[in-house]
Design a protein around this ligand. Structure first.
Ligand code: COS
Length: 379
């Protein structure tokens, strides 16, 4: 588990609390939520009751106001419990961060007043024709008097069907390309906002992923974040800042795979001894540990830098990329340690392997991360 040696007493207490929550309220339901492709509202409510949905929202707006390091420790624990739950309850990271970066005091307060009492929010950037090519938005925002009218459709929106507020990236000036994208707060309650298709996914099945459609949605001009044309920068800065905590859930997923594999390897006897005592298996466990520990340190390094006011785009991308790549390997090896049972839904590791794959895809694919890393190296 995260950085046992350097954690403060408060961090250890919070970690123990979230671990206990994961053991009692998340892990027993892993298979059921995966099968049903949903997390029951009562289970999400339990997370709200603990403030897990607003860990990074500053205390002055009613959130927990945790620093990034502590937040990552707790997101790791939630990811250990279930990647879908960590993503669902952590959804306000991508929802609130753009407001935190570019919003006025009034906008921060207004957004926090929606989510703090117990609600989720979503980051609406991706469109069907442009996932990685984030600047090619077909969604438009047209200014008419004191209002903007938003038209368009976003896809693969995390918590799309659950959220009460959205941060929507839309073109205010198509001619300007990337410099024509702007960011807006759009409340779910606005007429013309609707939730479209829900994705039937390979992994993180219980995480709600949907299309969100905006049809002639009128919002006050005061819902614009920053100024017109700043949307792409706000989106990129948000993704930079969300990478450590998002990746820490992936580290938790790897830790869970290790824990499940170690438990099984100590119990399962072949050729007269537990398989953990056979070097072939013991070395696989060691490799899983090496990869996970290295990933954890990359994530924690980025988090600590953020706590010191340093937002290093390259290092956040390095951490995200590494976690995604090793999560796929570590969980695949966990399945291998359990052999036939690992491939069966009777044991939890096949789900971990399906869940792991998303870490190479969402919040910027690992190919995009390599573009970000190499462009920073070559600058
Ligand atoms: N922080 C701040 N500003 C950034 C930035 C960052 N991390 N990355 C880019 N910018 C700025 C640049 O500085 C540039 O502005 P200026 O011209 O004023 O300097 C502008 O944004 C355009 O940058 P660039 O030309 O590098 O953008 P590209 O079109 O080449 O695209 C990538 C950059 C590919 C990195 C970007 O499109 C991307 O990250 N795509 C993936 C999107 C994604 O993650 N999608 C899934 C998220 S939904 S959860």
């Amino acid at each position: 588990m995260a950085d046992q040696y350097l954690m403060t007493a408060d961090q250890k207490d919070l970690q123990a609390m979230v671990r206990d929550f994961a053991e009692k309220e998340i892990i027993p339901y892993n298979a059921e939520w995966d099968r049903e492709a949903a997390i029951p509202a009562e289970a999400i409510q339990k997370g709200y009751d603990m403030g897990l949905h607003v860990m990074i929202v500053p205390e002055k707006y009613g959130g927990m106001g945790l620093d990034e390091t502590t937040y990552c420790i707790l997101r790791e624990m939630l990811g250990w419990g279930d990647a879908s739950y960590a993503l669902t309850i952590g959804g306000n990271t991508l929802g609130f961060t753009p407001v935190e970066i570019a919003g006025t005091e009034e906008q921060k307060k207004m957004f926090a007043d929606i989510i703090v009492p117990g609600a989720l929010s979503s980051f609406c950037l991706t469109e069907a024709q442009g996932g990685s090519d984030a600047a090619t938005s077909l969604t438009t925002a047209t200014k008419v008097g004191d209002e903007y009218i938003i038209n368009g459709s976003k896809t693969f929106v995390t918590n799309g069907g659950l959220s009460s507020a959205y941060v929507v990236f839309a073109m205010t000036d198509k001619e300007k390309g990337v410099k024509g994208l702007s960011a807006f707060i759009v409340e779910r309650s606005r007429p013309g906002v609707s939730v479209g298709k829900k994705e039937d996914k390979m992994g993180i099945r219980a995480s709600n992923t949907t299309d969100v459609i905006f049809q002639d949605v009128k919002i006050p001009a005061s819902n614009l974040l920053g100024s017109e044309g700043q949307g792409f920068k706000i989106a990129m800065q948000t993704l930079d800042r969300a990478r450590p905590s998002g990746s820490s859930a992936g580290v938790g997923l790897c830790q869970r795979a290790i824990d499940e594999a170690v438990k099984y390897a100590k119990e399962r006897v072949v050729f007269g001894k537990p398989i953990a005592k056979h070097q072939a298996v013991a070395f696989m466990l060691a490799d899983m540990e090496i990869q996970t520990e290295a990933a954890r340190q990359l994530v924690m390094n980025s988090a600590r830098l953020m706590d010191n006011g340093i937002f290093d785009t390259k290092l956040a991308a390095v951490a995200k990329c590494f976690v995604g790549d090793i999560a796929v390997q570590v969980t695949c090896n966990a399945v291998q340690v359990l052999g036939g049972y690992g491939y069966s839904k009777e044991y939890p590791v096949e789900k971990l392997m399906r869940d792991a794959k998303i870490y190479q895809i969402f919040e910027g694919t690992n190919q995009i991360q390599r573009m970000v890393i190499s462009s920073n190296m070559l600058r």
